[in-house]
Design a protein around this ligand. Structure first.
Ligand code: GAP
Length: 486
C-alpha cells in the first residue's frame, strides 16, 4: 500500500464524556435502534433494532458465541424454548421471589421502584411524603398456553376478570397486589395452562443439563451456553435500552465440582475481562462490585457485578454468580429425576455446582457505543465518529464512485462492490452527496474503510482506500484489495 494523500489526517482527539443523548440520537438517526412501536406512540421498555443495530448486535452476540462456545472444548450450546412449563419457575423460586419493591404516589398515582428513589419526593408531581409502603411486585410476564376457555367467574386480583375474555394469546394481569397469583394447584384451566415469558435464559440451560450429559457425557467442569430473549415487567424501564422489558441475554452455566468452585470463579473473572477487551471497552471504566449477601439474588452465594461507567452513571454491565447446586437440586426435588453427575473415575456421583457469567446484550451495546463514540477535528472541522473495533462494525467497508453520474465510474464501482460483498457480506454502496459527506456518514456509523473509484481507477485498476481513524488515503490495486481489508 502506498501513501497518496495525508492532508486530511485526523488530529486533536478530544477527550469527551459521551452523553446518553449523543448515543440515543445517533442510534435513531442512523438506524441502529428505534423506540418500539414508534408509529403508534411507542410501548414503554421496548426497542426495535434497525439495519445497523441488528448488525452490531449480531456481531457482539457472534463474538460472544465464538469466544465462549466455538473456541473452547468444554462448552455446549443450547437454544431452549422461551415458553416453559410453569413448574420451571415455581422450582427456581421466580414465582415467589422474582420481585422488586413497588411504591405508589397517593397524589398522582405514579408507580416507582422503591430502591431507585432518592428521598421521599415524587419525581412526577413533586409532592413529598405521598409514597405508599413498598410492596413486592413480581416482574414476570404471565401468559396462557393453548386455547383456554376462561371461566368468567374466575377471581383474578384487582377485578381484572372483567376485561378478560376467551382467547388463546398472551395476556398479563396486574401483579401489583400482595398475592397476584392464580393458584397453580387449583383445577381451573387457566391456572394449569399458565406459563411465563422467561425472565432469564438460565433456566432453559438447567432444565437441559441432564439431556446434555446423557447425549455427550462431558468431563467436569463443563459449561452450557445460551443466548436469547428475556422478559421482565420492569416497574420503571429507563436509560435507553439499559433497563428494558424485553432484552437479550448471553449466559453460561458452568458446572463444577463443589470443591473447586473458587478457582473456576477466578478463571471466569479473567475470561470476562478478555471478552470486554474484545468489545473495545476501556478497562478503567470497568469496576468489580462484590455484592453483599443481603443484596444478592436468592440463589447466589457469591456475586460480582461488573459495572461500567455508562453515560447515565456507573451501573451493572454483567454479573458473575456462584449459584451453588441451588437450581439442579430444585429440579431434582420438583421433577423427581436425578441431576447427579457420575465422575468418569468411578468416584461417587454428586449434583454439580454452578458458576454463572450472565451478560446482557443491550448493556454491552451501550458500553460499546460509549467506548467507540469519538470526537476529533479534521482540517479544523469537528468530526464525530464511532471508533468501533473492525470485527464489530455493522458495515466493514463502503464503496463509492467518485462521481455518481459518470457511468464508467459507477460501473467499475459496482464491480468492486460486488467483489467485496461476496467476500465480506457487510459492504455498503454509497453514492449520495459528495465524497467528503460520504466519508463523514460512514465515520458516524463506524465503517472502518471506504473505497472510492475515481478516474485513475479506469487507467490503472487502483482505488482509494480511506481509513476511518486516521482519515489517511492510500492507493491499492483492486487485485490486492480483499487481502488488504482482511
Ligand atoms: N441468570 C442470572 C440473571 O439473569 P441478572 O443480574 O438478573 O442475572 C443478568 O441479569 C444481566 O442481564 C444483567 O447484568 C444485565 O446485563 C441484563 N439485564 C437484566 N435486566 C435487564 C433489563 N431490564 N434490561 C436490559 N438488560 C437487563
Amino acid at each position: 500500500m502506498s501513501d497518496k494523500k495525508s492532508d486530511k489526517s485526523a488530529d486533536n482527539p478530544v477527550a469527551k464524556q459521551t452523553s446518553m443523548e449523543d448515543i440515543v440520537s445517533l442510534c435513531k438517526r442512523r438506524g441502529f435502534i428505534y423506540p418500539g412501536s414508534d408509529v403508534y406512540g411507542g410501548l414503554s421498555g421496548t426497542w426495535d433494532y434497525g439495519p445497523l443495530g441488528v448488525a452490531l448486535k449480531r456481531n457482539i452476540m457472534n463474538l460472544w458465541w465464538k469466544t465462549f462456545v466455538d473456541d473452547r472444548d468444554d462448552m455446549y450450546g443450547v437454544d431452549a424454548a422461551i415458553l416453559m412449563n410453569q413448574k420451571v419457575w415455581q422450582a427456581s423460586g421466580h414465582v415467589d421471589t422474582f420481585t422488586d419493591p413497588l411504591v405508589e404516589c397517593s397524589n398522582c398515582k405514579s408507580r416507582f421502584r422503591a430502591d431507585h428513589l432518592e428521598g421521599d419526593k415524587c419525581p412526577t408531581c413533586g409532592k413529598t411524603g405521598t409514597f405508599s409502603e413498598p410492596r413486592q411486585f413480581n416482574m414476570m410476564f404471565r401468559t396462557v398456553v393453548g386455547p383456554v376457555k376462561l371461566d368468567p367467574e374466575i377471581s383474578f386480583p384487582n377485578n381484572t376478570s372483567a376485561v378478560i375474555k376467551d382467547h388463546n394469546y398472551t395476556y398479563n394481569v396486574d401483579w401489583s397486589s400482595e398475592k397476584p397469583e392464580v393458584k397453580a394447584n387449583s383445577n381451573d384451566e387457566v391456572a394449569l395452562s399458565t406459563s411465563y415469558l422467561r425472565p432469564e435464559t438460565a433456566q432453559g440451560i438447567f432444565t437441559n443439563f441432564k439431556n446434555v450429559v446423557d447425549s455427550f457425557y462431558p468431563d467436569l467442569p463443563f459449561g452450557i451456553a445460551q443466548q436469547g430473549k428475556a422478559f421482565r415487567n420492569e416497574i420503571s424501564p429507563r436509560d435507553f435500552v439499559f433497563r428494558s422489558r424485553e432484552f437479550e441475554q448471553m449466559e453460561v452455566e458452568y458446572f463444577v465440582s463443589p470443591d473447586g468452585w473458587e478457582k473456576e470463579f477466578d478463571k471466569w473473572v479473567s475470561d470476562i475481562y478478555a471478552f470486554l477487551q474484545q468489545l473495545g471497552l476501556n478497562k478503567q471504566k470497568v469496576h468489580e462490585l462484590e455484592v453483599p449477601a443481603e443484596d444478592r439474588a436468592h440463589y447466589s452465594k457469591r456475586t460480582i457485578d461488573f459495572e461500567y461507567d455508562f453515560p447515565h452513571k456507573r451501573d451493572e454491565l454483567l454479573g458473575l454468580a456462584y449459584r451453588t447446586d441451588f437450581d439442579l437440586k430444585n429440579i431434582e426435588r420438583e421433577s423427581k429425576k436425578s441431576m447427579e453427575y457420575r465422575p468418569k473415575d468411578g468416584s461417587k456421583a454428586f449434583v454439580p455446582h454452578v458458576i454463572e457469567p450472565s451478560f446482557g446484550v443491550e448493556r454491552a451495546i451501550i458500553a460499546v457505543l460509549d467506548a467507540a463514540y469519538t470526537e476529533d477535528e479534521v482540517n479544523g472541522e469537528k468530526r464525530n465518529y464511532l471508533k468501533l473495533p473492525a470485527h464489530l462494525a455493522p458495515v466493514k467497508v463502503a464503496v463509492s464512485p467518485l462521481l455518481k453520474n459518470k457511468k464508467e465510474l459507477s460501473d467499475k464501482a459496482h464491480e468492486v462492490y460486488k467483489m467485496l460483498k461476496k467476500e465480506f457480506g457487510a459492504v455498503m454502496w454509497d453514492d449520495n452527496g459528495n465524497v467528503g459527506k460520504r466519508y463523514r456518514r460512514q465515520d458516524e456509523i463506524g465503517t472502518p474503510y471506504c473505497v472510492t473509484i475515481d478516474f485513475d481507477t479506469l487507467e490503472d485498476d487502483t482505488v482509494t482506500l480511506r481509513d476511518r481513524d486516521t482519515t489517511k488515503q492510500t492507493r491499492v490495486k483492486i487485485s490486492e484489495l480483499i487481502q488488504e481489508l482482511k
